[in-house]
Design a protein around this ligand. Structure first.
Ligand code: AMP
Length: 182
């Protein structure tokens, strides 16, 4: 977990490759659904483009589907999948039903100033509609109000590793490996 632009996608991909596990990002799945115009995409599109969070029910539905896939049998790196306390509770229920658990939570820590600079750069490269300034403001607000409280929630229940997420990609990846003892 971590704010938008914290590097969850980049580091999650490196970690997944390093551990030989699949990576699953609800943001990627939803963007793909929007691009393909599926019923899920049609439902999520306006909410995403404005920078709001998609409903907990939708997210828990896709988590359930993802965890049922054979590729997920040996573990999954979740990238930005849990963003509200009800999602975390739902995730715990789904995992418990399957006799599984979340081993560790990585929190990518960056300042708001750094995030704004990164999202501004990403906007010119990836042209994501939700990297536009008004949507970025909404996403940061959603993060602050709905996702940031999850950190304390997880700290009370799971091992949480805080990763200072400023530096080069390789430096941050090194901190991740160290935090996981790999
Ligand atoms: P991301 O690519 O992670 O920045 O996600 C892009 C957008 O997808 C977010 O701004 C939300 O609209 C939506 N989204 C992705 N994951 C979640 C989630 N776990 N809960 C709610 N909305 C999500």
């Amino acid at each position: 977990m971590g704010p938008p632009g914290a590097g969850k996608g980049t580091q999650g991909a490196l970690l997944a490759t390093g551990l030989g596990l699949p990576k699953f990002a609800t943001g990627d799945l939803l963007r793909d659904a929007v691009k393909r115009g599926t019923p899920l995409g049609l439902k999520a599109r306006a909410v995403m483009e404005a920078g709001h969070l998609v409903s907990d029910d939708i997210i828990l539905g896709v988590v359930r589907e993802e965890l049922a896939k054979p590729e997920a049998a040996h573990g999954v790196i979740f990238d930005g999948v849990v963003r509200t306390i009800p999602q975390a509770e739902g995730m715990d229920r789904i995992l418990a039903e399957k006799g599984r658990t979340m081993d560790v939570v990585l929190f990518f820590d960056v300042t708001d100033e750094e995030i704004l600079a990164r999202l501004d750069r990403r906007r010119t490269v990836e042209q994501r509609p939700d990297d536009d300034p008004p949507a970025v403001a909404t996403r940061l607000r959603a993060y602050r109000d709905q996702t940031a409280p999850l950190l304390a929630w997880y700290e009370a229940r799971r091992p949480v590793r805080r990763i200072p997420a400023v530096g080069t990609v390789e430096e941050i990846a090194g901190r991740v490996r160290q935090a996981l003892g790999r």
